[in-house]
Design a protein around this ligand. Structure first.
Ligand code: DGJ
Length: 738
């Protein structure tokens, strides 16, 4: 059966195509091509109405050819096993990892899913939503598979909705978001592991038969050991500009699991969703469960193109104010830690103003009285300003910042509590803990039970109180420093719900709070922070304008960390601060921070005259090209993993302007042999460009000769040599078309 859709109405978001196909006879095979601008995913039914994924790759020129695909593929098993179901149920014909496992109300553990109908809605010229209903013929329970297709960005966002149509409640042991099948010669998985100050470390492995799982069981700060992102190369390892590659991620701020299973026919199954670990979830009759979104993109032109697709999607559709502007700031965390009072802060406002940043961000340590927050062992949960440090409260600081001509922002960590706090004393039942066992702490703190609506109200109240009383607050840093130990909820116990709901209901509770914050305060910029980069994902980023990649602000480490995040997240969202963490030159630190959203966390007073002059000028220079970094296309030109230097470029839409960052990342002898010219892939070969070094330290002049114009063709094919060496460890280039 074939359907055609036309998009006629200009500017009107109308439902233009709506189709419902009921497969009445077994041999009424249904074919559903899900197409983006360049790619296609093919779903089709078999003779028993099971929905199978039979193809993913470049879009076929003739849609009729999709019918031929299954006859050519080696996905069927002569013994009856099915490995490419679009949402593999457990307990019937399946022999591999399932996407869905249910214990039905009568105790039966088998589920079958058959195609019932599907619809396709074109909601905007760029977005199509394909929805497919599958049903268990015995239990009548349904699964709706939803694929939201962002056509121009070549991105698919997919999730499923499981609805209980049985007479009694059932329990789901596993409820994945996506179940995909790929056919290739070989599969190379790159995943990103980490720990505190060591975020986003890539590791590539060729997948062998069996399952490779990446997951998290930490509850909160869930990405501490493993980030919910991956890169999957088909046939051979993709490079920046070559090869077939998928970038995928689960938009979920809690426990996740991604299984990569090479089946006996050497096809690859990818199943991704909430981690089933200790998370059996009950569903009452008539109720539905919506899984988080699995988001992915594919390019056959290498990792760079796939990243740019994901960046475009994230800025257009996901990150709060993704196409907007950001504030440069001066943070006081590394500059003062907990040691400040209001006089000191007011002096820092003046420093921020002198430096030239937009905002001053007050970090941890401003609250709690009975157990003052003078270190990380006390006070979390008691969100009243500390009367000793801040006798005139937050409103005084907001006012004084305004007087100094700088905006004011503030740090919170509202999901957490120190046992040494008034909150803990009054509401021990609000804390996630095992009352019969010793408490176990992560950074001396415990996590509040956000599955409890009262706790959600409390957390929303903290934010509402701060922002309603101080409308001048122009920025929030939302931190989350602890994982969940001893996962046990008094609320779930008292309300006769299952403890195994806690990990899921916590995250849902968090989103509920963030929804409320955003409906009351839709525009205030918020930084997503989690003891560094312990919580960076595309569901949380609906509510946040930016994220904190790592507490590690050593610029050399940051080249790698920021580079690795850049595969998945656009530069506008990456908070890069210049700090005193390392002794590396201020110029190098500044150049590294400039490749994202630049900020400072230094003692301005400690800067020498030249350093201050340089920083003031650097902020102005950043102003001149920040639009390229925030809204341009990223081209990673030379990887720090493969060279003694790193190089990356941001270029605008018509390729008339670019900025190129170059950093030495090694002090070995290699670098004294000047690097080979760096190919400025991403420019327009037909344009002429001038290349100028910018952001020089006072008194230094550029060693770059030949300021004449180069053809784009030359800069792409031969490249440009930024003259990096041990005396010029970072070089920023401005490239302008004539
Ligand atoms: C962890 C964050 O990552 C830091 O930037 C800082 O805000 C501290 N928490 C404060 O406790």
């Amino acid at each position: 059966m074939k359907t055609q859709f036309n998009f006629y109405a200009k500017g009107l978001f109308l439902l233009l195509g709506l189709m419902s196909i009921l497969s009445s006879k077994a041999n009424d095979l249904v074919i559903i091509p899900v197409e983006t601008a360049h790619n296609a995913l093919l779903l089709q039914t078999d003779a028993d109405k099971r929905l199978l994924m039979t193809y993913f790759g470049a879009k076929l020129a003739d849609r009729d050819d999709y019918k031929l695909i299954s006859s050519q593929n080696n996905q069927a098993d002569g013994n009856g096993a099915i490995s490419n179901h679009a949402y593999t149920p457990a307990g019937t014909w399946n022999l591999l990892e399932p996407a869905l496992t249910i214990t039905h109300s009568d105790g039966n553990v088998s589920t079958e899913l058959q195609y019932v109908s599907h619809t396709v809605q074109q909601t905007t010229p760029d977005i199509k939503i394909v929805s497919i209903i599958l049903q268990d013929p015995v239990y009548k329970t349904t699964v709706e598979l939803i694929l939201k297709v962002y056509i121009d960005e070549d991105v698919i966002e997919q999730w499923s909705v499981i609805t209980n149509h049985e007479k009694g409640p059932f329990t789901m042991q596993k409820y994945a978001s996506a179940n995909l099948s790929f056919i290739a010669k070989n599969y190379y998985l790159t995943h990103f592991h980490g720990a505190w100050a060591r975020e986003m470390k890539p590791e590539q492995t060729m997948l062998t038969h069996g399952i490779k799982t990446i997951d998290s069981k930490l509850g909160t700060r869930a990405n501490l050991f493993e980030h919910p992102v991956f890169m999957l190369s088909l046939d051979k390892p993709a490079t920046e500009n070559d090869g077939k590659v998928i970038l995928g991620t689960l938009a979920w701020s809690g426990n996740f699991r991604m299984d990569f299973e090479v089946d006996p026919s050497h096809n690859l199954r990818v199943i991704s969703g909430i981690n089933p670990f200790q998370s059996e979830y009950p569903l009452a009759t008539g109720k539905e469960f919506k899984t988080p979104s699995f988001i992915w993109t594919f390019s056959d032109k290498g990792i760079g193109e796939a990243s740019r697709q994901l960046h475009r999607w994230a800025c257009n559709y996901r990150i709060l104010d993704g196409n907007g502007s950001r504030l440069t700031l001066l943070n006081n965390w590394e500059a003062t830690y907990f040691d400040f009072d209001q006089e000191k802060l007011v002096a820092l406002f003046a420093d921020g103003k002198k430096l030239g940043v937009d905002l001053f961000l007050l970090d941890d340590g401003w609250f709690a009285n009975k157990y003052p927050r003078n270190n990380d062992r006390a006070g979390l949960g008691d969100w009243k300003p500390n009367a000793k440090k801040l006798p005139d409260g937050i409103s005084y600081l907001v006012k004084e910042a305004a007087n100094a001509g700088i905006k004011f922002g503030i740090w919170v960590e509202p999901e957490m509590v120190n046992p040494k706090s008034e909150l803990y004393e009054t509401h021990p039942d609000w804390v996630i803990r095992q009352s019969e066992r010793p408490e176990h702490y992560f950074r001396n703190q415990l996590v509040l039970d956000l599955s409890n609506p009262q706790v959600q109200d409390y957390v929303f109240g903290i934010m509402n109180n701060l922002l309603s009383k101080n409308p001048g607050i122009a920025f929030i840093k939302w931190d989350c420093n602890s994982v969940i130990f001893n996962a046990q909820s008094t609320y779930l116990q008292k309300t006769n719900q299952k403890q195994s709901q806690l990990y899921v209901d916590y995250v849902r509770g968090l989103y509920n709070v963030l929804e409320r914050v955003r409906s009351a305060y839709p525009t205030v910029p918020m930084m997503l922070c989690s003891g560094g980069g312990g919580r960076v994902d595309y569901e949380a980023l609906k509510y946040f304008t930016e994220y904190w990649p790592s507490d590690n602000t050593d610029p050399l480490e940051r080249v790698f960390i920021q580079w690795n995040y850049s595969y998945f997240y656009p530069a506008i969202a990456s908070c890069n601060h210049i700090t005193d963490w390392s002794k590396v030159s201020l110029k190098y630190r500044t150049d590294v921070a400039m490749m994202g959203k630049m900020g400072y966390d230094i003692v301005v007073n400690n800067l020498s005259e030249n350093e201050l002059k340089f920083s003031q000028q650097a902020l102005k220079t950043y102003d001149s090209f920040k639009d390229l970094v925030w809204h341009g296309d990223l081209h990673r030109l030379a990887s720090p993993d493969e060279n003694p230097y790193a190089s990356l470029m941001f270029v605008n839409g018509d390729k008339s302007k670019a900025v190129v960052f170059n950093y030495v990342v090694s002090n070995r002898f290699d670098i004294t042999l000047s690097p080979t010219p760096i190919k400025l892939i991403g420019l327009d070969p037909t344009k002429k460009y001038t290349v100028k070094e910018i952001n020089l330290f006072p008194g230094k002049s550029s060693t770059l000769k030949n300021q004449t114009a180069f053809s784009g063709d030359f800069l792409i094919k031969n490249g440009f040599n930024p003259d990096l060496n041990q005396h010029r460890t970072s070089v920023v280039l401005e490239v302008t078309a004539e």
